[in-house]
Design a protein around this ligand. Structure first.
Ligand code: NI
Length: 229
């Protein structure tokens, strides 16, 4: 499931990020791309271990953990420190799949199994052209260019790319997490149940019908998970 979560950061937090990041904080993105990814990557990124962005990393971690939607969708066990990515005109990151295991180097958190990836958009979408995040699932291509402070989180097993920036600059931050619920199908069941329960607690029109539909979906998906024949 690809889930968009609005307003993960406040306007003040976005201002703080823009004010704190300096050109000298950014390194060649190819330094951290392994194998095939290095040949398709042309961007700039901050050093996750560097002191320059430590405070911003902690601020974003706190913003993620106070966001009940993010916590429900991802059930995060460990979130790796975020990295800021900058794409200037002509920069891009071609099709790739993120690593399955990350971290564990000296000065980094223990190695985590990467279950989900996320991108948190910092630049306003009208400040650059191109720079779309395109995620390729079995159900087609999904394109994201979200307002500043919005986030998209998705299972890490998908191919994805950032298309070339043709005007302006695109600043975003990315990271990866290990979920307490390893299996994406099971995470989806839990999320459906959370949404159905919220719908039942609300007085919104059609909420009961929507919840009934979701509970029907949950029952069928649990049957597929549990029934042997
Ligand atoms: Ni990636």
């Amino acid at each position: 499931m690809l889930v968009v979560i609005p307003d993960v950061l406040t306007p003040d937090e976005i201002k703080k990020i823009n004010a704190a990041l300096r050109p000298e904080h950014f390194l060649d993105g190819r330094l951290t791309a392994g194998g095939r990814a290095a040949s398709v990557k042309a961007n700039l990124q901050t050093d996750v271990k560097g002191d320059a962005t430590k405070e911003l990393q902690q601020m974003i971690h706190a913003a993620l953990m106070r966001n009940s939607t993010f916590v429900t969708v991802a059930a995060p066990k460990r979130i790796l420190p975020v990295r800021f990515n900058l794409y200037k005109q002509g920069m891009y990151y071609g099709d790739h799949v993120d690593n399955a295991l990350m971290g564990g180097a000296p000065g980094e958190p223990d190695m985590v199994r990467v279950d989900m990836s996320f991108t948190l958009f910092i630049s306003p979408p009208d400040s650059y052209n191109g720079g779309d995040l395109v995620i390729k699932t079995g159900y087609g291509r999904h394109t994201f260019k979200l307002p500043a402070g919005h986030l998209v989180v998705y299972p890490t097993y998908f191919f994805h790319e950032v298309t070339p920036v043709t005007r302006g600059e695109r600043l975003a931050c990315v990271s990866w997490l290990q979920s307490m619920v390893r299996d994406a199908t099971k995470r989806e069941v839990l999320l459906d149940l959370a949404i159905a329960s919220q719908m039942l607690a609300s007085n919104a029109p059609n909420a009961r019908a929507g919840a009934a539909d979701l509970l029907d979906k949950v029952r069928k998906n649990l049957l597929r998970l549990w029934v042997e024949n």
